[in-house]
Design a binder for this molecule. Structure first.
Ligand SMILES: [Fe+2]
Length: 559
C-alpha cells in the first residue's frame, strides 16, 4: 500500500462531469479518497457496440502495486490532441473484472468519429479511434467481417489487414474469437515453432473463469488484433469455442461429465467474454442473452443472432439413424432434420427478430450470425468416403457431371451417385431446416431484402438461400477463418488440390456458387443504396507477421 500514489480525484477531474456508465466494477461515483495507482495498460484499447449516441470504450489497467483495485481516467474527443474532450471521467479497475475497464459513454453526437484514451498521472494508454452510428440518409458503409481466430494456429494478419483499411467503418466478429483447447489439442501442433505459445497450456482445456481470462489475455497480445481493436469499433457475438466445441443450450460436444457442471463452465466463459470484449450485454453481465440489433440510418439493419446458448437443441448425429441391419435410414434422418419442433434460435429470439423485422425500414437487412445457412447437400458418396478418399470421390463425381453435360447417357447407378444427397454439417442450419425456412420466410413475407453472413467453417462461401420450393429468398456470404485450419486440413489436400476442389464443389452443390477451401482471411461488405459489394481477402501467410493480402473474389448484389 505504501507504494501507491495517493492522488485526489478532485484535482484530476477538474470539476468535469461523467454522463456515462461503467459496465463492470463499481458504477457509483468515485469518492475523493479513491486513488490512482500507476498501472500497465497491458492489452491496448478497444471500442464497440456503437449506437447513434453511445459507444463502449475498453481497456485493461493492471496496477503496478499488485493491488486489488484502483482508478483510471478516460477521455473522448473529436481531435487527437484532447485539448477539449467531449466527455471524460474516471473508471474503476479491479481484480474482480480481471482489471478490464469498460465505459458506456453516453450523449455523444451521431455519425461522428472520435479519439479516446485512458490514463493516470504516470501512464497513458494508446489512443483509440471509434465512431457513433449516423442517422437518416447514409451514402455508404463498410463492414469487415471475421470469425475463427486460433492463436496457436497462426498470426492474426487478417485483423491487421483490415485495420489498415481506412474505409472500414465497423468490424463484425461472428465468433470463435478464442478456442478452448489445451496444448496438444486442436490446431496447436505448430504453436511453439511459430512463437505462438499460449496460456493456460498444459492444464487441460478451458473450464474455469481463470482459464478463460488467461486465454483472452494471450489472444489479445497479438499485434494485429490489438491494432484492429484500437482503430475500429467491434460488434461481436460468440460462437461455440468461446465456451466449448459444438455448444448447444444445455451442453457441448467438448464438455464431458468429468469436466464439472456445464452451466458453471458456461457462466465462466460468458463472464470472461463480457469482460474482454467491448460489448454492451443486452441483459447485463450475468445473462447469456447476446442477440441485439443495430441501425445504420436508412441503409442497413443489422441483427446479431445467437445460434448457440439461447435456443439450440442438441445436434443430430448421423450414426443414430442406422437401422439394425447397418443401413442408413435417410428418410428418418430427413424427417428429424425437418421436424418443425426443432429449434436453433428458440422462440424468444425468433419472436424478437420478428418484431425487429416488422419495423425495420433500412434498404438492406443483414443477419450477422455464426453458422452456414445455405443448403450444403453433398452427394452421399462424398460423406461416406474415408478422409483420404474424399477428394478423389468428388473428382469422380465431377467426371460424371461432365459426361452428362457432354450428352452421354448415365447408367441408373451413375445417376444415383449424383442425385443421392445429404446435408453433412448438422451443427449448421442444415441440422435445423424448419427454423431456417421460418427465418427466410420472415424476411421475404415482410418484403425485406436479406443478406446473411456466417463464419464457423473456416472457409469462404457464397450460397443462394432457397426455400423448400426452391425459390431464391436471400444470399449468404461466409467469411474465411483468421487462422483456424480449413477444409484443406480436414480432407488432407495441398493447395492445388484445394483449388481444383473449390472449382468442383459448386457444380455438385446446387445452391453453392463460390468457395475457397484453403486460405485464411476476412470479408468486407460495402453498402450503398443501390448495391452491396462483398469481397474476400486472403493473407499469404500466418506463420509470421510478414504477409501480403490479396482480394480474390467479389460479389455484387443488386436487389
Ligand atoms: Fe472456428
Amino acid at each position: 500500500m505504501d507504494r501507491r500514489r495517493f492522488i485526489k480525484l478532485s484535482s484530476l477531474l477538474g470539476g468535469s462531469l461523467t454522463l456515462s456508465t461503467q459496465l463492470t466494477g463499481c458504477a457509483s461515483a468515485p469518492k475523493s479518497t479513491e486513488y490512482f495507482p500507476a498501472v500497465e495498460f497491458s492489452h491496448g484499447v478497444a471500442s464497440g457496440d456503437p449506437t447513434t449516441s453511445a459507444v463502449i470504450l475498453w481497456t485493461r489497467a493492471v496496477p503496478h502495486d499488485n493491488g486489488d483495485s484502483g482508478y483510471v481516467r478516460w477521455q473522448i474527443a473529436t481531435s487527437p490532441d484532447f485539448n477539449s474532450p467531449l466527455r471524460d471521467g474516471v473508471a474503476k479497475t479491479t481484480r474482480n473484472n480481471d482489471f478490464t475497464v469498460k465505459i458506456d459513454v453516453q450523449d455523444l453526437p451521431a455519425g461522428r468519429s472520435f479519439y479516446y484514451r485512458f490514463f493516470t498521472s504516470e501512464n497513458r494508454s494508446v489512443t483509440g479511434t471509434t465512431s457513433t452510428l449516423a442517422t437518416g440518409v447514409i451514402d455508404k458503409l463498410k463492414f469487415a467481417v471475421f470469425s475463427c481466430a486460433n492463436y496457436p494456429a497462426g498470426y492474426f494478419n487478417a485483423y491487421e489487414a483490415a485495420a489498415e483499411d481506412s474505409e472500414v467503418d465497423v468490424v463484425l466478429h461472428l465468433g470463435d474469437y478464442i478456442y478452448e483447447y489445451q496444448k496438444g489439442g486442436y490446431a496447436t501442433a505448430n504453436a511453439e515453432a511459430i512463437g505462438r505459445d499460449f496460456m493456460p497450456g498444459n492444464e487441460g482445456e478451458l473450464l474455469t473463469l481463470k482459464d478463460y481470462r488467461l486465454r483472452y489475455a494471450t489472444y489479445r497480445q497479438d499485434n494485429g488484433l490489438q491494432l484492429l481493436h484500437q482503430r475500429k469499433p467491434f460488434i461481436a457475438v460468440w460462437d461455440d469455442h468461446e465456451i466449448a466445441n459444438d455448444t448447444y443450450m444445455s451442453g457441448a460436444q467438448n464438455h464431458s461429465a468429468d469436466e464439472g457442471d456445464f452451466y458453471a463452465r458456461r457462466a465462466a466463459a460468458v463472464q470472461a467474454y463480457y469482460e474482454w470484449l467491448p460489448i454492451r450485454p443486452p441483459m447485463g453481465n450475468e445473462s447469456p442473452q447476446i442477440y441485439r440489433a443495430f441501425e445504420f440510418g436508412n441503409l442497413v439493419n443489422l441483427f446479431m443472432l445467437d445460434t448457440r446458448l439461447i435456443g439450440r437443441q442438441q445436434q443430430l448425429n448421423m450414426a443414430d439413424f442406422k437401422r439394425a441391419n447397418g443401413q442408413f435410414d435417410a428418410a428418418a434422418f430427413m424427417r428429424a432434420i425437418n421436424d418443425p419442433g426443432r429449434t436453433l434460435l428458440g422462440e424468444d429470439q425468433f419472436n424478437w427478430l420478428s418484431q425487429e423485422v416488422s419495423h425495420s425500414s433500412a434498404r438492406w437487412q443483414v443477419l450477422g450470425q455464426q453458422i452456414l445457412m445455405g443448403k450444403m447437400h453433398y452427394p452421399a458418396e462424398v460423406l461416406t468416403s474415408q478422409r483420404e478418399a474424399i477428394a478423389s470421390a468428388i473428382e469422380g463425381l465431377i467426371g460424371l457431371l461432365k459426361k452428362q453435360q457432354a450428352g452421354a447417357p448415365l447408367t441408373a447407378k451413375e445417376q444415383a451417385r449424383l442425385s443421392t444427397r445429404l446435408p453433412y454439417n448438422l451443427d449448421a442450419w442444415d441440422g435445423y431446416a424448419a427454423e431456417r425456412e421460418k427465418v427466410l420466410k420472415l424476411f421475404s413475407e415482410a418484403g425485406k431484402s436479406l443478406l446473411v453472413i456466417a463464419g464457423d467453417t473456416h472457409n469462404g462461401w457464397v450460397n443462394t438461400l432457397t426455400d423448400n420450393s426452391g425459390e431464391t429468398l436471400a444470399m449468404e456470404y461466409a467469411t474465411p477463418s483468421v487462422s483456424s485450419p480449413g477444409m484443406e486440413d480436414y480432407v488432407g489436400m495441398d493447395d492445388s488440390q484445394a483449388r481444383r476442389l473449390a472449382e468442383a464443389l459448386p457444380l455438385l452443390i446446387d445452391d453453392l456458387s463460390y468457395c475457397n477451401l484453403h486460405e485464411r482471411g476476412y470479408m468486407t461488405m460495402s453498402f450503398t443504396l443501390s448495391m452491396v459489394t462483398t469481397q474476400w481477402h486472403y493473407v499469404s501467410n500466418i506463420t509470421n507477421e510478414d504477409y501480403t493480402v490479396y482480394t480474390r473474389h467479389t460479389e455484387r448484389f443488386v436487389d
